[in-house]
Design a protein around this ligand. Structure first.
Ligand code: SF4
Ligand code: SF4
Length: 379
């Protein structure tokens, strides 16, 4: 059947058929699945591997899987990984070199292996994070060609949020639980079925290959109501101030000492963040010294080597490194990329071993700048 008004309804068999069709196209389908006590992103052979009946309980420094009675597949918020693990992998070999018998050196560039990805279950916050990484890694003067290749072939199936986590705050970053354009298909899960919206010709072509029904007004209304309800149930929020200006004016705030006393400078927050993009390169030589490889790997502004200039690191203290991370993320990122570097996914809150909460830190900075904004101040 043809797709009426760009939307349709799939049941679980239809979702399975969608994954089967993507696999038949030769795509590597990646989506959420339960593994090692978490909902991780991994290659899926079938939609049956989605986390049907699983949710998560989140708080600062806490992540727990919990059973759900409704059997929902997408009723969980962000896990420890994001799509950058696939589009901008943590380690990537760039080239290798071997000493030749005559004393020369043979360089071998890495042959790009570019999987044709299909991402199933991309949250609206993560869709925005991908758009930010597109701008940073593909849109500027210094293109990461590996990212551009992987991203160019990727097929995106968004899953709108109906169950925000306790660490989610996308609404206060200007986003929300509804999917912005940029997807090929967008799903909204309603009582065991999936309302599908088409976002591209490729999405329409794929939907046409799988059994589906026409979208009925009841399902559309229920989907819209569930997403609207999610918008009003965010677990956290940034304070209602101009966060960009606040961070820009807070370089000498006392709060940095407070957070530095708790921060372990482990860099977890940068590793799990779907927009953090920094990398470094390193040469790895074998014991004989005849073979060497150059690798690109994720780097973190919490690492002492990150700001090492002649003689030592520019940002030697935890105070200066946390301040750099937060100020870049929420303020100077705008200057560089015309956007915030935060989409409110809450990963840095849940996966911080010290339970440091970015929303709490910004709220404290706002209260330091303007005591009337202190949540503990009676008005
Ligand atoms: S804020 Fe938390 S996750 Fe980030 S470096 Fe500090 S201790 Fe690690
Ligand atoms: S800073 Fe934290 S909440 Fe914001 S996008 Fe990164 S991980 Fe998510």
């Amino acid at each position: 059947m043809t797709v009426a008004q760009g939307s349709a309804v799939l049941d679980r068999d239809g979702l399975n058929a969608l994954v089967t069709a993507l696999v038949a196209q030769g795509r590597t389908v990646v989506g959420p699945t339960v593994r090692d006590g978490a909902i991780v992103l991994a290659e899926l052979a079938s939609a049956d591997e989605l986390p049907f009946g699983w949710g998560v309980e989140l708080d600062a420094g806490r992540y727990r899987l919990v059973r759900r009675e409704d059997g929902a597949a997408f009723a969980h918020s962000a896990g420890p990984q994001s799509w950058k693990n696939f589009l901008h992998p943590a380690r990537e070999r760039l080239w290798s070199a071997d000493r030749t018998p005559s004393g020369g050196i043979d360089f071998t560039p890495e042959e790009p292996r570019t999987p044709s990805y299909a991402f199933l279950g991309v949250r609206p916050c993560d869709l925005r994070a991908i758009a930010i990484q597109d701008r940073v890694l593909s849109g500027g003067r210094y293109e990461d060609t590996g990212y551009t290749r992987r991203r160019g072939g990727a097929f995106l199936i968004a899953a709108e949020c109906t169950e925000p986590g306790a660490t989610c705050f996308c609404v206060s970053t200007g986003g929300g639980p509804a999917a912005d354009p940029g997807y090929d298909l967008a799903l909204t899960e309603v009582a065991g079925r999936f309302l599908v919206r088409v976002g591209s010709d490729e999405g329409a072509a794929l939907l046409a290959q799988v059994p589906h029904g026409a979208a009925d007004p009841d399902t559309e209304d229920a989907a819209r109501a569930a997403v609207d309800a999610a918008r009003n149930r965010m677990g956290r929020a940034l304070p209602p101030v101009d966060v960009r200006a606040l961070l820009g004016a807070s370089l000498a705030a006392d709060r940095w000492d407070d957070v530095a006393a708790r921060c372990l400078t482990c860099g977890n927050c940068t590793m799990v963040c779907p927009t953090c993009f920094c990398t470094t390169t390193e040469e790895v030589t074998d014991l004989t010294g005849d073979h060497t490889e150059r690798w690109q790997r994720w780097d973190s502004c919490f690492d002492l080597d990150f700001s090492h200039l002649h003689g030592g690191p520019v940002r030697a203290s935890g105070h200066s490194r946390y301040r750099q991370w937060l100020t870049h993320k929420l303020s100077t990122w705008h200057d560089q990329f015309d956007t915030s570097g935060c989409v409110g996914c809450g990963r840095c809150i849940a996966w911080c071993p010290a339970g440091i909460d970015i929303t709490e830190e910004v709220t404290a900075l706002a209260a330091e700048a303007d005591p009337s904004l202190d949540p503990g101040t009676e008005t």
